[in-house]
Design a protein around this ligand. Structure first.
Ligand SMILES: Cc1ncc(COP(=O)(O)O)c(C=O)c1O
Length: 401
């Protein structure tokens, strides 16, 4: 589907697949996106099949294996990796913790991070924890008001013989800024450092290519921009980097006892996947990914940016409204963050919710020092919904400002 040529009918068809659009203006996909009806049906079909055939029958187990293989292939095409480099997790946080807890750290190691508290806590606390627990140095580079940093500064730290890993968010959760992940990847490779990416806010809304980024690890959820069900996430672990991680858990499937009575891990991805997985989530995410791929990531990007650009333009004309994040469209996602000089973000968020508009309040300066209203629209939102949101902001300002 090409959005530029798409008729309004196409949008209407998409909206029919997302029942929330009948009742509310939902712009909180950076937190938790709704699933399309086809995904709900796939989940139901999966559970009905388990119930009718017996969940641990050979036929259902074969079906589950084929579902996992299919999902790995789809995800491999989505982020440009091999299917066996895909590990199913619960969430982004779990994937990032595979890295933080899996590496055999030395006290002298340095981890390079961007702006500390300006990162989502999921991509800050695991590293901070290492520094507190083991005395590992966490180098937090300075950032500008939009979260960008000096690449030369990163390179200067990367050159240090103790530097071990660089961690970075692909898209910032609070202002939608797209980080220079490929440039940092070049620095990581040049100096032989491991490179871990938090892709919670990028996969499903912009193109993500792990080979171009040059990362060893990348984690994302199924339930944000991919519109999958909750409780399913993905951890990409480059084949060559997998031996550097020791799994936090061990049990059935992830290890074997050899004839010499040695306990050894199986190969990745099984190495990181002990016990039964969230098969319901796997069935649902497979269906959601088919939906997302049918629309197409490039089309989704165009649709989302049309909504975001309109919102930025309209909000920018309201006196007292402050916009956050980069102005250049190439440097931002469809996350739109703003505040006003007279009404607290949390008041705006709850007032909007009373009027059927769902957005979120997030830190725009780390550590809760400054908050913003964050709208994260997706491809099922419309320009009319943007106008309604903007009118509501004006009304709230008149009422409370
Ligand atoms: C950038 C970023 N990283 C990590 C997370 C945590 O995601 P999850 O719930 O999948 O662990 C979020 C959630 O909003 C996020 O925005």
């Amino acid at each position: 589907m090409d959005y530029d040529k798409a008729k309004e009918d196409d949008i209407e068809l998409i909206r029919k697949d997302f029942p929330v659009t009948k009742k509310k203006i939902y712009m909180n996909c950076g937190s938790f996106a709704p699933t399309p009806l086809s995904t709900i049906k796939s989940i139901t079909d999966f559970l009905v099949r388990c119930s009718e055939e017996g969940p641990d029958s050979t036929s259902v187990q074969e079906y589950i294996t084929s579902l996992m293989n299919e999902l790995r292939k789809i995800l491999g095409r989505l982020i440009n990796c091999e299917p066996e480099e895909i590990i199913f997790t619960q969430s982004t946080t779990e994937g990032l913790n595979h890295v933080a807890s899996g590496i055999e750290w030395k006290k002298s190691d340095t981890i390079i991070s961007r702006g500390g508290l300006h990162e989502h806590y999921a991509n800050y606390f695991p590293w901070l924890n290492l520094s507190k627990k083991y005395g590992i140095k966490l180098e937090e580079t300075k950032i500008d008001k939009n979260g960008f940093f000096d690449l030369d500064k990163i390179e200067k730290i990367a050159k240090n013989k103790n530097s071990r890993l660089i961690t970075l968010s692909h898209v910032l959760y609070n202002n939608g800024a797209i980080m220079p992940v490929e440039e940092v990847g070049k620095i990581a490779r040049k100096h032989g450092l491991l490179y871990s990416i938090d892709a919670a806010q990028s996969v499903g809304t912009i193109k993500v290519d792990v080979k171009k980024i040059g990362c060893d690890f990348l984690a994302f959820p199924g339930f944000k921009w991919l519109c999958g069900p909750p409780g399913i996430g993905v951890f990409y672990c480059k084949k060559e980097s997998a031996p550097q991680l020791t799994p936090k858990y061990i049990g059935g499937e992830s290890a074997i006892i050899t004839e010499e009575k040695k306990l050894v891990y199986t190969d990745s991805p099984q190495k990181f996947q002990t016990g039964f997985r969230n098969y319901v989530g796997i069935a649902g995410l497979t269906s959601s990914l088919k939906y997302i791929q049918h629309v197409g990531i490039e089309t989704i990007r165009k649709m989302n940016m049309k909504i975001a650009n309109e919102m930025i333009e309209q909000l920018g004309t309201i006196p007292g409204v402050l916009m956050f994040g980069p102005e250049d469209e190439k440097l931002r996602s469809s996350i739109v963050s703003f505040g006003t000089d007279s009404v607290l973000p949390k008041v705006i968020v709850s007032r909007l919710e009373e009027n059927g508009i769902i957005v979120a309040e997030r830190d725009i300066v780390g550590g809760g020092k400054k908050k913003a209203v964050r709208a994260s629209p997706h491809f099922f939102n419309t320009l009319d919904e943007v106008s309604t949101l903007v009118q509501n902001i004006k009304n709230i300002q008149n009422m409370f400002g």
